[in-house]
Design a binder for this molecule. Structure first.
Ligand code: GLV
Ligand code: MN
Ligand code: MN
Length: 450
């Protein structure tokens, strides 16, 4: 009798340890993929296909046209659409209990220059697919649901990433409105082009208590899920990001007649500055998997003035970006970089000045939401891995307002911010399925009143 009991217990434990068999999906993989393909046409390089990637910068004509497509998808899915003063698009589906706060989910559709068709797009189209699947299955939730498409997440036009979610969480300053794009147009002018009144930007702030929880589906943008052959990532936290815009100012002079020892070459100073960024980031314990940290630092571009082959560069503008899960690490490395910049400026006889143009604090996801995402994935028969995010996400700004959770799907070879970014249709659909199940689990498990 005792042996039978032990065997039965062992069998139960074995069954619990095994992943569930893959279940039929509630979302429609083909329908979801076709929206990603259509979205990719906005900002696609002329005459090229899906594989050529996309340049759909926030606040651009391509972005504006893509937004119209997204709005039409939302309306077709029965959502009531509204746009806030930061240009964020919300599509609302009422719940059975109008007194309950909103379950919010979505992502962004803007891209970096020369980006791929998955960063932001998967979470945006995935969120709309969840609504369509709920409609297909005749599901009525208790909570109102809202799909959101955040504005200018990448920061590629105005250097202020997470713009829409920062405005929604009260993290944006009004002086950002006077920043200019490459053609001299201000952010305020672009907001007017998006049919918004820039003077009302602060009104985009979402009042406390209005959101019960925020979920974001996204591609991992790194190699871990792909390498581990794992289907779903449960995000533990999102890195903090600080961006500075730096200017090296020397003296533009004749490249043939100015002796080497009399030059004040701004590009040489900026180049040494870029090397110093790398050295200081690598010198800090924890880089490149040697410790617990994973700090990174990047100089992503340089604009050289006047930019002639036969002119010693007089001025160079370049950004410095530092990221880590711990703000103190960012602060400490930046202090060291500033000391190095002071030495370089003296030695090259130039000035080297930097202004902070963007800062997002690291954010942890909610442990309860992580559990819900993990359970939802496992119940669908998908493998999971808990992991941090080295990319920034709107979820980190929304963490000021509500508990947040993020679902990752694999990025082929860990490539992102590149036309070669790719996630296969079945992985995209798995992510949307986990979002579908997580939304329903939250709807059931959250308390009746906030
Ligand atoms: C957004 O993709 C970022 O991490 O910069
Ligand atoms: Mn991105
Ligand atoms: Mn993104």
């Amino acid at each position: 009798m005792r042996t039978v009991t032990i065997l039965a217990s062992a069998l139960v434990l074995l069954v619990l340890a095994l992943p569930a068999l893959p279940q039929p999906l509630h979302v429609n993989q083909q329908r979801l993929w076709s929206t990603l393909e259509t979205l990719s046409e906005f900002g696609r390089p002329l005459g090229k296909g899906f594989e050529a990637g996309v340049s759909r910068l926030g606040f651009s004509e391509a972005d504006l046209a893509a937004r119209e497509y997204v709005i039409s998808l939302m309306r077709d899915a029965g959502l009531a659409v509204r746009i806030d003063p930061a240009g964020n698009i919300f599509g609302r589906r009422e719940g059975a209990d109008p007194s309950l706060p909103v379950l919010l989910f979505g992502s962004h559709i803007d891209s970096v220059p020369g980006g791929g068709n998955f960063d932001g797009d998967v979470g945006s189209m995935g969120a709309i697919e969840v609504i369509r699947a709920l409609n297909d299955h005749g599901v009525r939730t208790r909570h109102p649901l809202e799909v959101v498409i955040w504005t200018h997440e990448e920061g590629s036009t105005f250097g202020h990433g997470l713009f829409g979610s920062s405005a929604a969480s009260g993290q944006v300053k009004m002086d950002v409105l006077s920043r200019r794009d490459g053609e001299g147009k201000t952010l305020a002018e672009w907001l007017r082009r998006y049919a918004q009144d820039p003077a009302r930007l602060a009104d985009a702030r979402i009042p406390p208590g209005r959101i019960a929880a925020y979920l974001e589906l996204h591609i991992e943008q790194g190699p871990r899920l792909d390498q581990n052959k794992t289907q779903i990532g449960v995000v533990q936290g999102i890195v903090g990001i600080n961006d500075w815009m730096c200017t090296a100012t020397g003296f533009a002079n004749h490249a043939g007649t100015t002796p080497m020892d009399r030059r004040r070459d701004a590009l040489l100073a900026a180049s040494r500055a870029a090397l110093a960024v790398r050295e200081e980031v690598r010198a800090h314990p924890g880089s490149e998997g040697k410790g617990t940290g994973r700090q990174v630092g990047t100089v992503g571009n340089m604009v050289v003035h006047p930019g002639g082959t036969n002119v010693v560069p007089g001025r160079v503008e370049f950004p410095v970006e530092l990221r880590d899960l711990d703000s103190a690490v960012i602060d400490s490395i930046w202090k060291k970089i500033q000391n190095r910049f002071a030495v370089i400026a003296r030695e090259e006889n130039v000035s080297l000045d930097c202004q902070l143009i963007f800062s997002a604090k690291p954010a942890l996801t909610s442990p309860a939401l992580r559990d819900i995402i993990r359970d939802s994935a496992r119940a669908a028969g998908f493998s999971t891995l808990d992991l941090p995010s080295g990319a920034g996400h709107d979820a980190q700004q929304i963490s000021y307002l509500a508990p947040v959770g993020m679902i990752f799907v694999p990025s082929r070879d860990g490539i992102s911010h590149s036309p070669r970014e790719f996630t296969p249709p079945e992985d995209v659909a798995r992510g949307a399925e986990v979002l579908y199940r997580s939304v329903l689990a939250l709807d059931t498990r959250l308390p009746a009143r906030p």
